[in-house]
Design a binder for this molecule. Structure first.
Ligand code: AR6
Length: 188
């Protein structure tokens, strides 16, 4: 499914494995230590190889833990994507601890980092909806809204893809896309 944000800018929803994406950057649902973990993070470190962890370790040593909602870039290692943008999503604590704002910030900051690197395309997983427990049907509209907003003010980024791992996640994002105001869609 494709949502047009402006004539030359769009958000596409697809199912698949983000490590296979041919995009300027893929986003990692990281932990604050930027260490290889499970889920999409583990898959990215495995596919990209040790060069990613080496850069992550150096960044974490220099700057300390990455605060929730922020984003930093490293090499994409052996993957097709040139960069990995690591962003730490919020752990779900019931929704009254600023989780939505922190989740929106992950998407905005990741688009900003990609834009500053001069990239045209970026691929996102569904941040926080795995191990971190953010309910899918609440995360999807926050993610789509934040990306649409960031895309409108980006200079270089034009193509945003959500690479969703399973049918349940796709269903939640499709429902959120259909409900989004002013977002014309067509079949993809
Ligand atoms: N491609 C795309 N999406 C994937 C892939 C993949 N290869 N593998 C899993 N997903 P999670 P979080 C989906 O748990 O909730 C890690 O250990 C998955 O189905 O990876 O932000 C980190 O190190 C789900 O929809 O991320 C952190 O400690 C989505 O990616 C912590 O987990 C996110 O699930 C982050 O937890």
């Amino acid at each position: 499914m494709r949502m047009s944000v402006q004539a030359d800018r769009s958000i596409i929803l697809l199912t698949g494995d983000i490590t296979q994406q041919d995009a300027g950057a893929i986003v990692n649902a990281a932990n604050a230590q930027l260490a290889p973990g499970g889920g999409v993070c583990g898959a990215i470190h495995r596919a990209g190889g040790p060069a990613i962890w080496e850069e992550c370790r150096a960044l974490a040593q220099k700057r300390g833990p990455l605060p929730t909602g922020q984003a930093v870039a490293t090499t994409g290692g052996r993957m097709k994507a040139r960069y990995v943008i690591h962003s730490v999503g919020p752990v779900w604590h019931g929704g009254t601890s600023g989780e939505a704002e922190q989740l929106a910030s992950c998407y905005r900051q990741s688009v900003r980092v990609a834009d500053e690197l001069g990239l045209e395309s970026i691929a996102f997983p569904s941040i926080s909806t795995g191990v971190f427990g953010y309910p899918l049907e609440l995360a999807a509209p926050v993610a789509l809204r934040a990306v649409a907003e960031a895309l409108r003010s980006a200079r270089n980024v034009k193509d945003v893809r959500f690479v969703l791992f399973d049918a349940e996640t796709m269903k939640a994002y499709e429902a959120a896309a259909k409900a989004a105001p002013g977002a014309p869609q067509r079949g993809e």
